[in-house]
Design a protein around this ligand. Structure first.
Ligand code: NAP
Length: 482
């Protein structure tokens, strides 16, 4: 596998029905060493424009296929990914740094997403509305929105790209995908799987290049009818402003700041296991990562001791090392950000229960870190950490912790641990988040909607809602029928 990517040659990208070497090149860095291990072709704005044009011309034939036929295309992509699952996983680990077992789980989820939307492709149901006026009939149709500009982040480079591409294709929309510059190789492999699946020409394109230029073409080109973006709230806000000019359809999956609440009646073992996963999976670089832990005061000491002990036992290392649970962060800036959050918390009186430092080795490693005595206004209590760093704070009452959990502009996910059904129900209803996980550290699944309240985004991916995001609604009124 390692010989596939080579820093000496430039990997072409799939655009306008061919593999192009483009105009420039982008070095891809292995976060576990800090070294460049591959180069990928980049394209300028004119190529992005032509890709959107090609996609637009391919739209009519693609939308006219039946949902069943488009579904079969998606199943062929799923098979092509599955056949090369090991290569996909190794590429994800190489460019993103995550432990190989987690990269394998990402590939498996990708295949599941493709299969889910292959089935959903034939369920773009409209409805027949009973007439209100004699002689009329009413139909409501669901139709593909058109060419989609999809922008993906680096933290789950394959599955989050597919969370956009699969439903868009299923709905009958061509896709122009922009991967994150840190992780373009998973998207290259995805193009190879799409090529192997023999989709009609022009339906899928990959564009790698300057984010602002590609974003500007997506927002300003009237042939691009929808933008679907996963990334930071700051960039989402910029896109929203720019898309306003043409009232362009927009789905935004943005930042998170998930609370995890452990009540005194929780099953402690489940709470420990699942909150550790919710915090440390993907080395803390997950939009739904448990960013702050609230533990009821009567069990606070017991919980913190056990959590710190297990955090210290987590194996940190390169993603290909056996049994590694925590990989490197994506780049040096991410390590600096984590260090700054620790420094800020400590300056305000926090205690470091474990970790708190960068690792003395090449690459971008940061120790799994637990902070206690963290004041409410510390940065790590108000901003995404995107690192293996967590503050744990005590609380007394249900009302108090719900208010603290909701006291943020974010609302992507929230976790709670309790064995009481009444409490689970009440608190789940009260939390302002698109996903509430009860006694569960990994809540995202293909069959349920995923997205944010408040400034965590707009729209939903996955579930039946995932297909909806790429459909327009049309009312057909039939008169003079008798
Ligand atoms: P980011 O900096 O916003 O980048 C995300 C994507 O947007 C990348 O492809 C990036 O390209 C591109 N981009 C940057 N500036 C742009 C612009 N002006 N116009 C158009 N595209 C632009 O975020 P990130 O650091 O990659 O990802 C981490 C963030 O994503 C976190 O906040 C996390 O919570 C969020 N996230 C949310 C979800 C969710 O489902 N809600 C899931 C995962 C991650 P370049 O790489 O070329 O800069």
């Amino acid at each position: 596998m390692s010989e596939r990517w080579n820093p000496q040659s430039v990997q072409p990208i799939w655009v306008n029905n061919e593999w192009v070497t483009g105009e420039g090149e982008l070095p891809v860095v292995d976060p576990s060493t800090g070294e460049v291990f591959a180069r990928v072709a980049t394209v300028g704005r004119s190529v992005v424009q032509s890709a959107i044009g090609t996609a637009f011309r391919a739209w009519d034939a693609w939308r006219r296929l039946t949902g069943r036929e488009r579904g079969r295309c998606l199943l062929r992509i799923a098979d092509a990914v599955d056949r090369r699952a090991d290569e996909f996983a190794r590429t994800i680990t190489r460019e993103n740094g995550k432990p190989l077992a987690q990269a394998r789980a990402e590939v498996a989820m990708t295949v599941d997403h493709l299969q889910w939307f292959a089935e959903e492709a034939r369920r773009a149901y409209g409805r027949v509305v009973p007439q209100q006026v004699a002689g009329k009939r009413h139909l409501v149709l669901r139709q593909p929105v058109g060419v989609v500009g999809a922008i993906a982040p680096w933290n789950f480079p394959l599955v989050l790209a597919v969370r956009k591409a699969a439903p868009a294709l299923a709905a009958g929309c061509p896709v122009v995908l922009k991967p994150a510059s840190a992780t373009p190789l998973s998207a290259v492999l995805l193009c190879e799987a799409i090529e192997a699946a023999d989709l009609p020409p022009g339906v899928f394109h990959l564009v790698v290049g300057t984010a602002a230029e590609i974003g500007a073409e997506f927002t300003q080109n009237p042939l691009c009818r929808k933008i679907t973006f996963t990334g930071s709230t700051a960039v989402g806000r910029e896109l929203m402003r720019a898309a306003g000019e043409q009232i362009k359809k927009l789905s935004l999956e943005l930042g998170g700041h998930a609370p995890a609440i452990v009540f005194e009646d929780a099953d402690l073992e489940i709470a420990l296991q699942q909150s550790l996963i919710a915090k440390f999976r993907n080395t803390g670089q997950s939009c739904i990562a448990a960013n702050r832990l609230y533990v009821q005061r009567s069990i606070f000491g017991t919980f913190v001791d056990a959590f710190v002990e297990r955090t210290k036992a987590l194996k940190v290392g390169g993603g290909f090392e056996p049994d590694v649970e925590i990989g490197p962060l994506i780049d040096a800036a991410a390590v600096e950000h984590a260090l700054a959050q620790v420094e800020d918390a400590v300056a305000q009186g926090a205690q470091i229960a474990c970790g708190g430092r960068r690792l003395d080795r090449p690459g971008f490693f940061f120790e799994p870190t637990v902070l206690t005595d963290v004041p409410r206004h510390a940065q790590c209590m108000t901003e995404e950490s995107f690192a293996p760093l967590v503050p744990i704070v005590p609380f007394d009452t249900e009302e108090e912790v719900i208010a603290a959990a909701n006291d943020t502009e974010y609302g992507l996910a929230a976790y709670l641990f309790t064995q009481r059904l009444d409490r689970a129900w009440r608190v789940a209803e009260a939390l302002e988040a698109g996903t509430v996980a009860v006694n569960d550290g990994v809540p995202a699944v293909s069959c349920c909607p995923f997205g944010g309240f408040k400034q965590s985004g707009m729209g939903r991916e996955l579930g039946t809602e995932g297909l909806d995001a790429f459909l327009e609604t049309k009312h057909v009124s039939l008169g003079n029928i008798g």
